[in-house]
Ligand binder design. Structure first.
Ligand code: FE
Ligand code: FE
Ligand code: FE
Length: 164
């Protein structure tokens, strides 16, 4: 017998609040990140993902509505940390040839955090019988994975261009 009567439903809502907070932080960061890189392709990738992020936040709000809760973030300390590291790097490498490599690495840390959260939330939604929520979470998950893959591609092109 568990010593607390908290359930998987409670855990699901808690993690939904965590990723809602993370997405709001990311939306603000992407606005700035679009202006940072030397590579136009990278800037465009951030701008595209900023628009996607707005849609992801709306999907999360639909899920909050489906569980009868107001959309509310619970400060994601992990994303605060990832973004703090990203800002420190950008400050230290501003104006250098290595800046874009650093920005890509930071962006991939963000995407990987989102991928782990959406993977977990989708599994829990299915376990809880929330098919619609699972479908919405899967769409967010696929956008994060696609962005991660695009970042890998931009990084590889960067390396190839330098080697040429
Ligand atoms: Fe996202
Ligand atoms: Fe978090
Ligand atoms: Fe993302």
């Amino acid at each position: 017998m568990a010593a607390s009567d908290k359930t998987l439903d409670d855990l699901f809502v808690d993690m939904l609040k965590d990723v809602y907070s993370a997405e709001k932080q990311i939306l603000a960061a992407l606005g700035k990140m679009t202006k940072m890189p030397d590579s136009e392709k990278l800037a465009l990738a951030f701008d595209t993902h900023r628009a996607e992020t707005e849609g992801q936040i709306e999907r999360l709000e639909q899920i909050f509505a489906s569980v009868g809760k107001p959309p509310q973030g619970k400060t994601c300390a992990a994303m605060q940390g990832i973004l703090q590291e990203a800002n420190e790097m950008a400050e230290e490498f501003k104006g250098s040839d290595a800046l874009d490599a650093g920005i890509i690495a930071s962006a991939q840390a963000i995407e990987h955090y989102e991928i782990t959260r959406y993977g977990t939330l989708k599994s829990w939604a299915l376990e809880l019988g929330m098919q619609d929520a699972a479908r919405l979470l899967e769409r967010n998950l696929q956008e994060e994975k696609k962005t991660d893959q695009l970042l890998t591609k931009v990084a590889e092109e960067r390396i190839n261009a330098r080697a040429a």
